[in-house]
Design a protein around this ligand. Structure first.
Ligand code: ASP
Length: 452
């Protein structure tokens, strides 16, 4: 490992389950102390300690909702009582870490601000803020309130330019610091949060500002898994994945990292390493701009989503009709339906949409398409699923699609649609909803388990 003096810098973000209790804090502490380069720490709020537990962020949202109710309304638990429960969560951590730290004053301020109905985002942000104070005291690092360094504009959109300028300046002389995730401040001083899971974004922003060598994202799984563990038992983790592959898989529903967390580090070419706090010896997944490293398997990952409807429009010679596709797509736009996927053939085009968005407007859409392009034939199908098989390795390997389709045929899965992007980075397959799991199992089996 490179020495501290060599200025190797890592930004380490710990998710809620990694900081849910004193025991989890200790694991995080050991990880941070083990590597001198781990200089900037981004904590989430305490998450679940056991499956039925409640995340502190959710407790704060409920508590604030309670505070918003009129005083004379009869409620099960007052906001004061709920706030006390939240305080207990933090006090347990402080006690378990044997810290001489009191959050009494902080809770006094929070109580007053809740009574003033200061804002839902402020309420939620306190989860990270308080965990940051504890983390800084535990590590002996400087605490920097995100409200000093993470900026949003008056419309509540993240202000990347101002943030980067202020943050990089503020951290210039600071060797080690804790900066809470998830929130920042608007020009009027009001606290704003990112969307849920947004501490991942804060970590990425800090990594960019300090030109970190690595952004480590510590969570409770040993990396990005090849397939959904609810479908495949103990799927293998992906060693290395490119930002583009990750985008394809995230778009299709695979989640480990907040979608927006990629962009700040991507601009700087900083790799992200997804790691497991409960199993720190595992190498996890590296998310990189580009790599010459051969993927372990031909495919990098499989992800998919259910509940699509498809609309197939057929018209002889449609390819020679200028503006045909545009007119069809306009019908969807007018009905405010977003298009998920659009494979086309000679004389046909098929549009995949989310079934729930489409159902209530289907007759308007059919009528609209008839008016717009006078098709020969129009066909609807529902209860479809889309599966993306993603992998940079597919480009260099012949017969990938052949293997996928023979595996699906063996599993008795009827393929409704196939689309291979021109980047050869992914193949999208449409199947019936009820074939979704067996299709993923068959693809995983052929490429990962048996590797034929
Ligand atoms: N605590 C916030 C949430 O539960 C943000 C985060 O954990 O990243 O969504």
């Amino acid at each position: 490992m490179e020495a501290y003096g060599n200025k190797m810098k890592k930004v380490v973000k710990f998710g809620g389950s990694s900081l849910a209790s004193a025991e989890q804090f200790q694991k995080a502490g050991r990880i941070i102390r083990k590597d001198e380069a781990r200089r900037y720490v981004i904590p989430s709020a305490p998450g679940k300690r056991f499956p039925k537990d409640t995340k502190v962020t959710d407790m704060l949202y409920s508590c604030y909702k309670q505070a918003m109710l009129e005083e004379d309304e009869d409620t099960e638990e007052s906001f004061e009582e709920l706030l006390l429960k939240i305080k207990e969560r933090y006090d347990d951590i402080i006690k378990g870490l044997s810290l001489s730290l009191s959050l009494d004053k902080e809770f006094q301020i929070i109580r007053e601000n809740f009574s003033k109905k200061i804002g839902r985002d402020y309420a939620a942000s306190r989860g990270e803020y308080l965990n940051g104070i504890i983390m800084a005291a535990y590590l002996g690092y400087e605490f920097i309130d995100a409200a000093e360094v993470i900026f949003f504009d008056e419309n509540g959109s993240f202000d990347a330019k101002k943030t980067d300028a202020v943050l990089s300046e503020r951290l210039k002389g600071v060797e080690r610091a804790v900066i809470p995730g998830f929130y920042g401040v608007r020009p009027d001083g009001r606290i704003v949060t990112f969307s849920r899971g947004g501490s991942d974004i804060t970590g990425s922003i800090v990594a960019k500002a300090v030109h970190a060598d690595m952004y480590e994202n510590w969570t409770d799984v040993s990396g990005f898994l090849i397939a959904d563990p609810r479908i495949i038992k103990n799927p293998k983790a992906i060693d290395t994945i490119t930002y583009r592959e990750l985008r394809e898989l995230s778009y299709m529903g695979a989640t480990v990292l907040h979608e927006d967390a990629i962009f700040p580090v991507r601009k700087e070419g900083i790799p992200i390493n997804i790691r497991n706090t409960n199993s720190p010896e595992d190498k996890g997944t590296f998310i990189v701009e580009a790599t010459c490293q051969k993927p372990r398997f031909t495919i990098t990952g499989i992800a998919g989503k259910k509940d699509f409807a498809s609309i197939t429009v057929e018209k002889a010679m449609m390819n020679s009709e200028v503006g045909f596709c545009k007119r069809v797509l306009e019908v969807f736009e007018q009905n405010n339906i977003s298009i998920e996927h659009m494979p086309s053939g000679i004389d046909t085009m098929t549009i995949f949409v989310h079934q729930d968005e489409f159902e209530e407007k289907e007759q308007q859409v059919i009528a609209g398409i008839h008016r717009a392009v006078e098709p020969d034939f129009l066909e609807l199908e529902s209860d479809l699923a889309l599966i993306a098989v993603v992998g940079r390795g597919m480009r260099a390997t012949r017969g990938t699609s052949g293997r996928i389709f023979s595996a699906l045929a063996h599993a008795n899965v009827n393929v409704k649609m196939i689309d291979q992007g021109s980047s050869e980075l992914n193949i999208i397959i449409g199947v019936r909803n009820h074939d979704f799991d067996s299709a993923i199992e068959a693809i995983y089996d052929i490429f990962v388990t048996t590797q034929v």
